[in-house]
Design a protein around this ligand. Structure first.
Ligand SMILES: [Zn+2]
Length: 243
């Protein structure tokens, strides 16, 4: 197993919050999602996942502003990253339709890029049932053309914004998290680094602020704390006077 800190991963959240046109159609119940809302949240979770596994990361577009493709690629090239991963959601017509699924773009003429793409795609296809559109040639993509040939560059399309079922997934924290965890596991497999799971504590830490013999005093403090916005409840305990 390798130490994750040996590898620098460029994480690229496609487009920006201000990019025109990159969004879902209007949902039947109103409202829409911008593509970057999905992309940036997945990258944010993925960044935490990878750091937990020891990787070093480079965010190519850390602000909400539109970052040019030129700047994104330049950052990755200058830092000589070990992988350039760009996260996107797809769209076909911009109106609801039954197209859908997950696509992974790699520079398939390059054996390394192709292999990385296949591993990433394999992981993305786990979890929620999605149509498999396969690993496709991304040699026409700007980021693939302009990133140094020594840097494997992968672009993932995690679902269609103009498929109603998939758009309803893309807006959820659960699906964003699923994609981020799958991408993290894929990157761990690629670089032979151990995946470190998020630690979820089953313990609950309570803070006690007082104990009173007179019930009214307890009620008064509880009221005061509630007024300050704390969740407060009173527990009645028997006191053993013989001790
Ligand atoms: Zn996109």
């Amino acid at each position: 197993m390798n130490d994750g800190s040996k590898f620098l991963i460029a994480l690229d959240d496609g487009h920006g919050m201000e990019t025109a046109g990159k969004r879902t159609p209007v949902f039947p119940e109103g409202g829409f999602m911008k593509e970057n809302e999905f992309n940036s949240r997945v990258v944010e979770i993925l960044n935490e996942e990878l750091k937990r596994c020891g990787f070093r990361t480079l965010l190519t577009a850390p602000t909400d502003k539109d970052t040019s493709l030129y700047d994104r690629v330049k950052k990755a090239n200058d830092a000589d990253v070990d992988l350039f991963l760009s996260v996107h959601a797809n769209a076909f017509k911009g109106e609801w339709g039954d197209w859908g699924g997950i696509t992974t773009f790699a520079y398939v003429a390059d054996e390394t890029s192709k292999r990385y793409g296949q591993i990433i795609h394999k992981w993305l296809m786990k979890g929620t049932e999605m149509r498999d559109r396969g690993v496709k040639d991304g040699s026409w993509l700007y980021i693939v053309r302009k990133t140094k040939k020594s840097i494997p560059t992968i672009l993932v399309e995690c679902g269609f914004m103009d498929n109603l079922r998939e758009a309803r997934l893309l807006i959820t924290e659960a699906y964003r998290k699923e994609c981020a965890v799958e991408l993290a596991k894929a990157i761990c497999e690629i670089f032979n680094v151990e995946y470190v799971k998020e630690e979820k504590s089953s313990k609950l830490y309570k803070v006690q602020v007082g104990a009173f013999r007179v019930k009214n005093n307890a009620l008064r403090l509880a009221k005061e704390l509630r007024g300050k916005g704390y969740d407060t409840y009173i527990v009645e305990d028997e006191v053993d006077e013989t001790k």
